[in-house]
Design a protein around this ligand. Structure first.
Ligand SMILES: Cc1ncc(COP(=O)(O)O)c(C=O)c1O
Length: 506
């Protein structure tokens, strides 16, 4: 806390106020009350949050693991001997069994038929996306269509598309709710290039605004001849993705976002039919039936998942996936969903109602203000009484002082940020003239200086262990911004001009 912070009115945390507010909330939210078992779960399995006084509001960045997930996994590793899979010796077969069980657990969790879908283990969602991007048969005459609010790991596929002569089209989301115009989408889907291979990518839930786009677009696009990549990294942790009902061609995921542990494992769940059209640009140990060094290009790729799992899979971590999925299933994804959405509803209402003495908003929310087709991720900026955004460095500093883990920056989602902050193309163009990389700090300063724009947003997100106390504490934190002018925050820490990339990707 700086000297300046001490001079500003910070409402004291009032335990009676908390009890009253919780009682009022519960009275109006029978759905939330029905999820009370999650409060016990938090004490039992996520007790480290309260022991260390952490207010964790970054589940879209990374989920949290239950203590028992780690214990069960460690006990398994400590009790058995596991060798490299894919051989016939006993320790190898034991590992192959772990891999098979993890795969079966993913099929079951997502209600995906193994006849229709393949589960390919990757390092993370980005690894899954790269598998699609590098192998999709982009060519002149084909088309890559994607929404503005995609994560950069989906945006990056455009580089494969462009370099192979495919057309690339971005569909903008629109303010204020950051959704797509459905008529415009259909117009673009109707413009499929006949004869070419056409890929449409969108997030089931935006990791920026929390908007959930319609899953009916999958069929709309496929009926018109598109392959569909549904980025489910931000959706899957608190929403049911039923692959018995919805049939996207490619689904990338990161498991740490769903249940916190282990990191380093994700999956590409892909329709077997769609996998057949992918052309891998190389082969690796484990992906071929046979290869020879004598003939040019002599190798045969294995059919199905093995052909896409380069080298040795992360076999010691894969039991953690089975354990994590079982953990979520035992709690019930619907229960988690109900809880986080009740808390999100309360937050949206409270944040929107918070005002400066002059009546101006304290918080600007980017995205839907109600719970219709949205998830438990809220993008916002704190505003001063003149309506100007508070610099993210102040927000970060104050949040850290309150032990709140939130996220600032662009969340690897530049398109959503450009729409939210109305940053026009010609202004952005100014940052892409240099031959040497422009840092995020330079971008931030450039936008501020040249158009009075900000490139930074604040994001809070809820998950399995979120409680009413977390959101109440956040509201208490948000009250600090009331009636606080730009000059009341003290000096700004300098941005690191040499920071190579945007902070707070994810
Ligand atoms: C919507 C979305 N897609 C993809 C990713 C990439 O995930 P990872 O960094 O685990 O590869 C993220 C990460 O935040 C995300 O939120």
């Amino acid at each position: 806390m700086t000297q300046h912070d001490r001079h500003v009115r910070t409402p004291a945390y009032d335990p009676d106020g908390y009890a009253r507010t919780l009682a009022a909330f519960e009275e109006n939210s029978p759905d939330f009350v029905a999820t009370r078992a999650l409060d016990d779960l938090r004490t039992r399995e996520y007790g480290r949050l309260d022991r260390t006084g952490q207010i964790y509001l970054d589940y879209t960045g990374g989920g949290l693991y239950a203590d028992s997930q780690v214990r069960e996994h460690m006990e398994l590793l400590a009790a058995n001997v596991y060798g490299n899979p894919h051989s016939n010796n006993p320790t190898s077969l034991a590992s192959t069994d772990l891999v098979d069980r993890a795969r079966a657990a993913v099929f079951e969790f997502f209600n995906a038929s193994p006849d229709e879908y393949a589960v390919i283990f990757t390092a993370n969602a980005s690894g899954a996306l790269k598998l699609v991007g590098e192998s999709y048969p982009f060519a002149p005459g084909s088309h890559y269509l994607l929404t503005y609010d995609n994560h950069n790991s989906v945006n990056g596929i455009r580089e494969f598309a462009r370099s192979r002569g495919a057309a690339v089209t971005y569909l903008p989301v629109q303010m204020p709710d950051m959704r797509l115009d459905p008529d415009r989408l259909i117009e673009h889907l109707d413009m499929r290039r006949p004869g070419g291979d056409n890929l449409f990518s969108y997030p089931a839930q935006s990791n920026f605004s929390g908007v959930q786009h319609s899953l009916t677009w999958i069929e709309e696009a496929q009926e018109r001849g598109w392959d569909v990549l549904l980025d489910s990294a931000a959706f899957a942790p608190t929403n049911r993705l039923d692959l018995g009902r919805w049939k996207p061609d490619f689904v990338p995921l990161s498991f740490y976002k769903m249940f916190g542990y282990p990191t380093g494992v994700g999956a590409l769940i892909a329709r077997r039919q769609a996998l057949k059209k992918l052309r891998r640009p190389w082969f690796a140990g484990g992906t071929i039936t046979i290869a020879s060094v004598q003939g040019e290009g002599w190798h045969y790729l294995i059919d199905g998942e093995a052909g896409f799992e380069d080298g040795t899979v992360n076999y010691l971590m894969l039991p953690g996936v089975e354990i994590g999925l079982r953990h979520l299933a035992a709690i019930g994804l619907d229960t988690i969903h109900t809880r986080v959405m009740s808390l999100t509803g309360w937050l949206l209402e409270q944040l929107h109602e918070l005002r400066h003495s002059n009546g101006a908003l304290v918080v600007r929310i980017f995205g839907p203000l109600d719970l219709v087709e949205r998830g438990a991720t809220i993008a916002l900026n704190f505003l001063d009484p003149d309506g100007e955004p508070v610099d993210f460095r102040h927000t970060e500093r104050l949040a850290a002082a309150a032990n709140i883990s939130l996220r600032t920056g662009c969340f690897c989602n530049p398109g959503a940020g450009e729409i939210a902050h109305e940053i026009p193309q010609d202004l952005m163009a100014g940052c892409f003239k240099s031959d040497t990389p422009v840092s995020y700090a330079e971008l931030y300063e450039w936008l501020k200086r040249n158009g009075g724009k900000t490139a930074s947003t604040v994001r809070i997100s809820l998950g399995v262990a979120s409680s009413f106390a977390d959101v109440y504490r956040f509201m208490h934190f948000a009250q600090q911004f009331q009636d606080r002018g730009a000059g009341d925050y003290g000096p700004l820490p300098a941005l690191d001009p040499h920071a190579a990339s945007e902070p707070d990707a994810a």
